[in-house]
Design a protein around this ligand. Sequence first.
Ligand code: MG
Length: 379
Amino acid sequence: MISEAQLAGYAARSDQSLGRRYPEAPAESRTEFQRDRDRIIHSTAFRRLEYKTQVFVNHEGDLFRTRLTHSIEVAQIARSVARNLRLNEDLVEAISLAHDLGHTPFGHAGQDALNACMQDYGGFEHNLQSLRVVDVLEQRYGSFDGLNLNFETREGILKHCSLANARELGEIGRRFIEKKQPSLEAQLANLADEVAYNNHDIDDGLRSGLLVDAQMDELDLYARCRREVEGIFPGISGRRAINEILRRMINALILDMIETTRARIQAAGVVTLDDVRNAPSLVAFSEQMQAQATQLKRFLRANLYQHYQVNRMTSKARRIVRELFGAFMAEPELLPPDYQVQDEGAGQQQARAVADYIAGMTDRYAMREHGRLFRVGEI
Ligand code: MG
């Protein structure tokens, strides 16, 4: 990490931060964004990421990515790019490590199911939930709820947001209404997320056997990197070949992102963070690389995320989330006391508390809780 004084003019600086919601004395030995990162690492929600998954349910094997290892990979990619562009590594790391804190158990299947359950109560959206975790749900400080993070960290966590929700969020939602951009660090964490999951899902897909080697050359980027690897290491095969190919893919995506973003910053005449906010989105791939990244995404959707064996897991996951929600709403007295809303007729509030409880569960906790509620003989 270079010191904040050496950052580019368009980088975010903690001494120019829009600040925390509750004023605090400055840290003695860290920048304010380092402090945000440290608060995130010490949070309960962060530890739970170890037992939450995106594609593969946690108990299926010890080698697959979890949301924790995914978040660490996102931070690694985002920091590499940030250092090259002289952006704020501490901020990009804080955003990356926090970006998935609001995810439900069982990845997207869990989120979709919970959103469907919450339709009459304002819906459920994992980005918004990540912000809710750091703003409200973590209980670690005597004088405020949440982690009291800086504005720039919070705006990075809130990647997307509907206009209706943006209006309710006040300052942090304003950019969605005014159609402005967040910091480059926030944009970067967002694209690093994509690089990380596209590549590690290929890796996990091959490891699980749901993807097979023969179909991989459908992907231009994979085929190109494979040719390169086989040229350097004739006869290479198995995991070693896959790893050599994947690291080249990640590298190609990162290099392209650095070059393209640097050129776009220059072309837009961006000098300050304010310019960044008023410019179009600047962190991007070149057109050619974007086409390959899109191909990668489509390939994964068709061949992995909708594989019948994955469908079986997601179907089960949806059922668990739906049944938990239904049971808790019908009988709130089954909830731990902290999640029981005392006012009669506070349906909306009770639903939100149930959603918070379910979203906070790890995969295995959700399965266990489901067993405790629905299986005779389990306590
Ligand atoms: Mg992610």
